[in-house]
Design a protein around this ligand. Sequence first.
Ligand code: NAD
Ligand code: MG
Length: 392
Amino acid sequence: MSEARRVAVLGATGSIGGSTLNVISRHPERFGAAVLTAGRRAAALDRLAMRWNPDYVVLSEVPESTAGQGWQGDWRYGTEAIALAAADPTIPIVMNALVGFAGLESTLAALAAGKQLALANKESLVVGGELVLAAAARGGGDLIPVDSEHSAILQCLGGRHTSDVHRVILTASGGPFREWPASRFSTIRPEDALAHPTWSMGDKITVDSATLANKALEVIEAHLLFGLEFDRIDVVVHPASIVHSLVEFNDGSTVSQLGHPTMEVPIQYALSAPEHLPNEFRSFDPVDAGPLEFERLRREDFPMFELGVEAGRSGGTAPGVYNAANEVAVRAFLEERLDFPGIPALVERVLSSMPAAPVESLEHLVEIDAEARSRAHDRVGTPLATRGDSTP
Ligand code: NAD
Ligand code: MG
């Protein structure tokens, strides 16, 4: 049997990172965790390092004290060290499970170095757009989506050319406010938004799911991954999250991928594709799954969706501005400096103040990101002192 393939897990202490390590632990003959990284959670990373004994670990910031650190191996520090890990020549597979714009450099580094990139960090693809696709083409890297919807589409396509495709239909759970009247949105508290009906995820994507910004990011992600025009990407609400997406071919024949909601399935597929490895996951029982219900998306009540898709259509720097303003808005909402309707209001203001321009380079995107953040901060103030992990 061939040797286990070594994986760098970027964002190992997070929700996707943890699920990735669960998948790896079930297939020790196939995969090994060679590098683990985290933002600020030094203690959590230390525990993982004790369990996995990787080649090295990376923390994005130097901790104030290393007292109490149990793992005596190679600790590295800094955001640059994370991007270097993504390009480490001894590692064939990179899982990018960082949150937000912070993941862009690692995505580019992994693809330029020809890695198999399991991409959970959709923001990096959405913001980087053509730059990311160019890095994959140049470096020969393979970009495999971890998002359940895009994993579903990839599997439904089964290698078929997208010229056979009439459209794809992304499913959306609708989030916790699917049935709330828009008139109550100003009363939404962070804990309401963090109570997702079907998925347990990190805070940022959970709020994005509540505003539907996540679905807009996913439309742009589908546009880039599968080379489909925006008019060929639809969204339908499917509260049970059983049907993970659908592909309608030119003759009307429609194929979908189904399963009980667990991110471990698309994560495992992103590591093993095109192979479907056996696992101990709950087998899909159609009777148990119950009736499959679908609804229209309430676009008028969730403006983050339309704003995001419009930014995608504008292209260039627009998705980067949308993403940066959204990251600031989500943080401000979680810190109760902004109410729920304030999220699209803030993003719209920043977007309208920064017209889309062609993207020149990574440095250009970094400037745009900083400018959009600074304009957003001017309106809602800066984040509370460094707490938690999602601090950029
Ligand atoms: P999370 O907040 O649970 O974990 C994020 C991880 O990244 C942590 O290890 C954290 O320490 C690290 N991190 C955060 N900010 C960082 C920074 N600035 N520099 C370095 N490291 C940093 O997030 P998550 O829910 O696991 O989501 C990760 C990515 O996967 C996001 O892009 C999200 O949209 C995407 N995604 C998540 C899910 C899910 O079920 N959680 C599903 C689909 C896609
Ligand atoms: Mg998704």
